[in-house]
Structure formats: structure tokens, C-alpha cells
Design a protein around this ligand. Sequence first.
Ligand SMILES: Cc1cc2nc3c(=O)[nH]c(=O)nc-3n(C[C@H](O)[C@H](O)[C@H](O)COP(=O)(O)O)c2cc1C
Length: 354
Amino acid sequence: MRLGSHTLPHPFFVAPMAGVTDRPFRMLCRRLGAGHAVSEMVTSRRELWDSLKTSRRADHAGEPGPVAVQIAGVDPAEMADAARYNIDRGAQIIDINMGCPAKKVCSKWAGSALMKDEPLAVAIIEAVVAACAPRGVPVTLKMRTGWSASAGRGRNALVLARAAEAAGVAMVTVHGRTREMGYGGQAEHDTVAAIKAALSIPVVANGDVHSAERAVELLRTTGCDAVMIGRAAMGRPWIFREALHLLQHGTPAPAPATRDVQRWLLEHLRDHHALYGEFTGVRSARKHIGWAVRLLPGGEAFRRSMNALAGCEEQLAAVSAFFDALAERHERLPEPAGADAANDDGAVGLRPAA
Ligand SMILES: Cc1cc2nc3c(=O)[nH]c(=O)nc-3n(C[C@H](O)[C@H](O)[C@H](O)COP(=O)(O)O)c2cc1C
């Protein structure tokens, strides 16, 4: 698929997830087959740009292109400024967040709450496109099916998607839930398929894709150009490779070799420590380790034991030893016990935070 001058090589994308899809995780997902990776959202509020959190999010050193940065905000001029600011720091694609339901964002009418105010949403899209077009930077939009499940104007993604296309947006991603639903209920993809049928620009389906099989099925049933995967990639980023294998060969990929998983996780942790430093890095890496081991034999006890370790080297050594022991018993990663249970975000111990 092409986005402006960029080629996205594979149709399975990793979803932006605040607190998860930082640069090290995005790079890992891309190495394992993700065709596109959008950053965690960056606020449009200028006074926060120098904060450590935002400047880390805007740091793309070493990230393979195209670098896509998601921005969130409520003011068209501020959003245009945020787009320019991020382009100056390496963004090659700007993604507008109209999908996030969290209070922190929505109380200020950003994220999915913007879908309720169509004129403002369109004004933001137009302002961002106007800021990006002269720099040759495509703008993409991520949204939900609407702000309310009620029939008619509440489920207004199609109206907004059409307006976005007319305003020059290059790709739309739709999470098959309304804002009202938060992360409850089940994603529906009929609305996404209808949007795909109505638009000429690429459309991406998102929501509740928990397996390679589901990813390929959704690609086919919606006719979408790509499928975006969020929570199911936490701790299992090879889902992109598996989906690609299934799409290309028609047969499921074998489980990854335990030694490969060990290597991927250790590489990821080293990158993570390098970005955050020892104190923060060791602590924030624990959640990634937890997701990676939670369904493996002995994983839960190992996850708890991580809390006692405060040094990068100790953490790396413990993870390495856990997988050494696992590799002695299992050449390939054992089939996770209770995989279904792990598929709701509660089970992985992380609620959408932003
Ligand atoms: C922890 C977490 C953080 C998220 N942060 C963002 C975000 O910053 N921007 C955004 O557009 N969506 C965000 N989302 C929503 C995801 O991108 C995605 O739309 C949603 O999780 C549904 O996909 P899934 O069922 O594959 O997880 C977040 C979701 C989670 C679980």
C-alpha cells in the first residue's frame, strides 16, 4: 500500500497504544512483520512538548521509516503547529487521534469525543492537512465508528470519513467500537466495511483482532487495505509475522522457536533500557516482560519475581535464564494456556491509559 511517497510493505499494522508502542516496541513489531507503526499520541499542547514524556515520544532516532506520529488535541491551529513540530523532529506521516476514549483526552474534547463535534473535527483535519501538504507529509486519521451506538448521527464514522477524504486525508483507520463503548462489548466491523466501500483512500480495520486467523479473516471480510492490531501484540509481537505467513501461504505459521523469542525479548529490553535509562527503564520494562511470559509455564511466578530486580543487567540475566530453561524443554514456544483469557486488556494487566 502507498501513502504519499511511502510504501507500507505489509497489511498488518501495530496500533498506537500509549505506554506500550514506544520506539523500541514499534521497531520490534516492524522487525516481526508489522507493515506500519504509529507512535503513541503526542499532545498538541505546546507547554507540554518539553516534558520528558513528550520529548521521548518525539524521539525517532534509528527508527526505520516512514515515521508516523499521532497527535491529539482540540484546537485546529494548535494541531497544525503540533504537526509542523513533529515533522521538524522526523515525522514523515501525521496521524490524527479521534479514537481514544480516555478521560484525560476526552474531558478536553480530544480523541474520540471530537467525533461528536463534526465541524470542529473537520476544521482540525483541514488545518493539519494544510500544515502537512506543503511538506509532502501525508495525514492519516484514526477514529471509532462514532461517539454513540444510537442509530443515525451517533454512529457517524462514515460521514467523518467522507469529510476526511474530501479534506485530503490519505488513510483512515476505524476501531469498530463507538466512544460510548470504551473497550467494552465487541468490536463490529460492518461499519468499517461500509466505510471501505464508500472511500477511495485506504481504510484500515481495527478492534479485537486476537489471532493471525482473525487478522486475515478481517482483511477479507471487510475488503479493507490493512488490519491494525493492538492488545494482541503485547508480549506476542510475532502475530504480524504469523498473519503475513497465513496470508501468503494459506497455512498457519509454526509457533516461534523459543530461542528466537528469547532473542527478540532481550533485544527489545536492551533498546527499552537505552531509551528510558536504568531507573525508569527497568520498571517500565516489567510490563513487557509480564506480557511475554504470562501464558508460559511458570510465567506468572517469574513475572512477580521481576519486581525485586532493579538493575538492567539483573533483569536481562533473569529473562535470559527463564528462556534458557524453557528452551531446554520446548524447542518451540509452548501453546499458551488460556489464550482466550489473555485477549481482553484486563487480563494483561493494563487498561487503556491515554
Ligand atoms: C493501553 C492502550 C493505549 C492506547 N493508546 C492509544 C493512543 O495513544 N492512540 C490511539 O489512537 N489509540 C490508542 N489505543 C487504542 C488502540 O490503538 C486500538 O484502537 C484499540 O486497542 C483496539 O484495538 P485492539 O482490539 O487490537 O487492541 C490504546 C489502546 C490501549 C489498550
